[in-house]
Write a protein of this length. Structure first.
Length: 351
């Protein structure tokens, strides 16, 4: 099969969906890989390295789409990329359709088969193609949050580990799946006071046992969320119900009761965000304030560490790219769950 790898066009999206190593595997299996010129530069990979691995470098994104059957991207296609999508393409990338009705309609209209990384789901409910980026975003969410808590950033001027005689900062993590767990690992290493909130009792049980009670665990009820938010310095939004719009577990009223200079990093923003006050931002202008609470709502956080993210993502998707290229989509229940749109029809409920 001819596999096309376009350069990403979202604001400051530096990742690419292949590496020389994954390209070599595809070429050895007798597939052709067409890579748009410069697609790897943001991740520190030259065209020359891709060429050595067997990729064919093409001049433009149009050339990639025109001459390939399977398009493997990182992020969802932008509006200006929509005219390039054809019915006979298979599109494989993050889509987050629940937060993007316009893209959903466009994909339906083209008749393309679009398989979303984030809804490829194993029989135990785990998400093998979302998890690698969630691990990275979870770690980064704390790094981002602690910088925003500094006074010149508009934060309240709190050092997360505290100081002798001064209590540490409080971090509240809502949703303790992959993003949340990795946020906890980072925050714990920095000496923060940590609270996690999740609606799944099993997750709370795991955190309680794993950290031997050092992390406070709270079930997800509005009044308990409000109580924890009021004196939190940093809140990490990491709620997900697979494939659907994120439930708004934080209300505008809760935000208004937090101290000015507190920070919300709503990682769940790609699926719509878990606060009523969240709206998507980008890496050029990542932060805005609501009632003095700084909101960081970037939809492509892992791009900040593009090299790590590119290698991690491309390794995870490779087995699935191979299955698709070998015509075995329908033999893999995990991939079938990833099919969001096919032949003009939306195959997943987004609510
Ligand atoms: N912004 C970015 O760049 C970026 C990067 C990676 C992941 N993400 C997003 O982060 C979000 C979390 O991803 P994940 O991989 O950690 O998902 P996950 O499925 O591993 O974890 C989600 C957690 O939310 C919990 N949850 C569901 N409903 C809840 C509720 N009402 N109250 C409290 N908890 C609830 C679940 O029990 C689960 O523990 C997703 O939207 C994902 O797309 C964003």
């Amino acid at each position: 099969m001819i596999i096309g790898i376009p350069k990403e066009r979202k604001v400051r999206e530096y990742r690419v969906s292949a590496t020389p190593q994954t390209t070599r595997v595809l070429v050895e299996r007798e597939h052709r890989v067409l890579l748009e010129k410069g697609a790897g530069i943001g991740s520190g990979i030259s065209d020359e390295e891709f060429k050595k691995a067997g990729a064919e470098i093409v001049e433009s994104e149009e050339d990639v789409f025109k001459n390939s059957k399977l398009i493997v991207k990182v992020k969802e296609p932008l509006k200006e990329e929509s005219p390039l999508i054809r019915k006979d393409h298979i599109l494989f990338c993050y889509l987050h359709l629940a937060a993007n009705i316009e893209l959903t309609r466009t994909l339906e209209k083209t008749g393309v088969m679009a398989i979303a990384f984030e809804t490829v789901e194993l029989s135990d409910g785990s998400l093998p193609l979302l998890a690698p980026m969630s691990r990275i975003a979870g770690r980064l969410s704390i790094q981002i949050g602690i910088r925003l808590l500094e006074k010149p950033s508009g934060g309240k001027g709190v050092l997360i580990c505290g100081a002798p005689g001064v209590k540490p900062g409080k971090v509240t993590v809502i949703g303790v799946g992959t993003v949340g767990y990795n946020a906890v690992l980072s925050a714990l290493g920095l000496g923060a006071e940590i609270v996690v909130i999740d609606k799944n009792p099993k997750k709370l049980e795991f955190i309680h046992e794993r950290f031997e009670g050092r992390v406070k665990t709270i079930p997800s009820y509005p009044e308990l969320i409000e109580k924890e938010l009021i004196d939190s310095d940093l809140v990490i939004g990491a709620v997900l119900v697979t494939g659907v719009k994120t439930p708004k577990v934080i209300t505008g009223e809760m935000i208004s009761r937090m101290e000015p200079g507190s920070v919300l990093v709503d990682v769940a923003i790609d699926q719509g965000g878990c606060s009523e006050t969240s709206h998507p931002t980008n890496l050029d202008s990542p932060v805005y304030s609501v009632d003095g609470v700084l909101h960081y709502c970037v939809t492509n956080i892992p791009s900040l560490v593009s090299r790590t993210a590119t290698y991690s993502l491309s390794n995870a998707i490779l087995p699935y790219v191979l299955k698709i290229a070998e015509g075995k989509i329908k033999e893999d229940p995990a991939l079938i769950k990833g099919i969001s749109v096919d032949d003009g029809k939306l195959l997943r409920s987004l609510n």
